[in-house]
Ligand binder design. Structure first.
Ligand SMILES: NCCC[C@H](NC(=O)CCC(=O)O)C(=O)O
Length: 445
């Protein structure tokens, strides 16, 4: 069956800020306390969405979360008017307030794991929102994420939605950032690679020592079960714990796949040979391109700094792939040299497009973090909420919406401003009309 892959990018929310909340994510830590520009961040994201739509790809948009998250602050014991809740939280625990104001839902690669209908037992697309238990500011996303996904993909004949896994470290799940699908073409059954950082139940499995492994094997297995993937479809691969300790907090910082291409750093996996052998065995008859980037051409630190592997590999026309890379890749000499060489290697990758997503990069989110991939058939595409699909009109409308509602500068001190809460709610209320989502936010209930 004809199928294609759509990208659903997270629209950056009005409270985008740099709070240094993600231990183990080098960019988040080193840019903590900087002044952000929510307006510029949202526009950089919209420009990327538009660029992909202009390449002829199906591009969708996912709404951000309601932030500041007053409901969570109340649940944690702050009382009074909304303005008092903000002020008390700021005085007592400014880090907690920042966590409840993060625009981190922009990184929709962590919104959910998605398995296309070609792979699942019941022939529907399956979605499991990620519980994101490892970071508090992200663990408060999954409920609204599930609600938004339910409104974008509402038709039960085509789409199946699961709740997030139990919210416990044993089942730490970071969604599609640790999941890649390989296939001959999008419409035929593929293999789904689940990359995990540690095992919760088996202490003999190696684990990082310095930084947390956010994804467990047990979580990956549970998602594969929920989605109805059989043992020929799901492959569980352990990430190299040493790279987690050097800042690779998700697999999509060190590897990316598209159709028959797997692009990865030499140090990405604990046992690369076994992983590649299993992929070959489970995808017989498919011409596979394993593009391994050697450490002596691109040192790990350069890969992390430039986000060479947090690129999107897309297929604008059959057999012709393009890499969507952050501008940091053009600015890092070893990476630029590698990308120039890559285009001469005779792989399906023929073009590189550089995009400026610096506002997101400064929090450790590159082009691939900003998107959730949904491979779909024309019928599934038709059953998707059309108001969430990018085109000239939506692009123009969202640009104006950002201009009207977003601040150009935001510091951590601004997060307690009750006006920011009002501005955000006004903006999001209007957005739910633009995207035809209905009431998805706590303040709308
Ligand atoms: N896939 C990319 C995710 C980046 C995200 N960064 C953050 O949440 C940083 C937020 C801050 O520090 O303000 C994370 O680490 O989960």
């Amino acid at each position: 069956m004809v199928q294609f892959e759509a990208n659903f990018d997270g629209l950056v929310g009005p409270t985008h800020n740099y709070a240094g909340l993600s231990y183990g994510n080098v960019a988040s830590q080193s840019n903590a306390q900087d002044v952000s520009s929510p307006r510029q961040a949202a526009k950089q994201g919209l420009d990327k969405m538009k660029a992909l739509a202009d390449l002829g790809l199906v591009q969708g948009v996912l709404a951000p979360q309601e932030r500041p998250d007053i409901a969570t602050l109340r649940r944690l014991g702050f009382t009074g008017s909304d303005a008092q809740v903000l002020e008390k939280a700021y005085r007592e625990d400014p880090v907690l307030l920042a966590a409840c104001c993060s625009a981190s839902s922009m990184w929709t690669a962590n919104a959910a794991t998605v398995s296309p209908s070609a792979d699942t037992a019941d022939g529907r697309i399956h979605f499991t929102p990620a519980n994101l238990t490892n970071k508090f500011h992200r663990a408060i996303e999954h409920e609204v994420t599930g609600r938004i996904l339910g409104r974008v993909f509402a038709d039960e004949r085509h789409f199946s939605h699961h709740p997030a896994l139990p919210a416990n470290d044993y089942f730490g799940d970071e969604g599609a950032a640790n999941h890649t699908r390989l296939c001959a073409d999008y419409g035929s059954a593929g293999v789904e690679l689940f990359v995990y950082g540690r095992s919760a139940f088996n202490a003999s499995v190696p684990a990082p020592r310095r930084y947390p492994a956010r994804q467990t094997l047990e979580a990956s297995r549970a998602v594969a079960r929920l989605h109805g993937l059989d043992e020929n479809t799901a492959i569980f691969i352990q990430q190299n714990p040493e790279v987690i300790d050097q800042g690779v907090f998700h697999n999509d910082v060190i590897a990316v796949g598209n159709q028959n291409v797997l692009f990865y750093h030499q140090q990405a996996f604990l046992d690369t040979a076994a992983a590649l052998e299993e992929i070959r065995r489970k995808l017989p008859g498919t011409e596979l391109h394993f593009i391994e980037v050697p450490t002596d051409e691109v040192p790990l630190a350069d890969a992390v700094k430039s986000y060479l592997f947090n690129t999107q590999i897309v297929t604008p026309s059959p057999g012709q792939m393009a890499i969507i890379a952050p501008t940091e890749c053009a600015e890092t000499p070893s990476v630029k040299a590698y990308l120039d060489k890559l285009l001469t290697l005779g792989t399906p990758i023929r073009e590189v497009h550089f995009m400026d997503v610096k506002q997101s990069m400064r929090n450790g989110g590159g082009p691939a973090c900003l998107r959730l991939r949904v491979a779909m058939t024309p019928a599934e595409h038709a059953a998707t909420n059309q108001a969430c699909l990018m085109n000239e009109a939506l692009f123009a409308r969202l640009h104006q919406w950002v201009d009207r509602h977003y601040r150009d500068r935001l510091s951590l001190n601004d997060l307690r401003d009750p006006a920011l809460l009002q501005e955000s709610r006004t903006a999001l209320d209007e957005l739910t009309h633009i995207l035809k989502l209905g009431a998805v936010y706590p303040f709308q209930q």
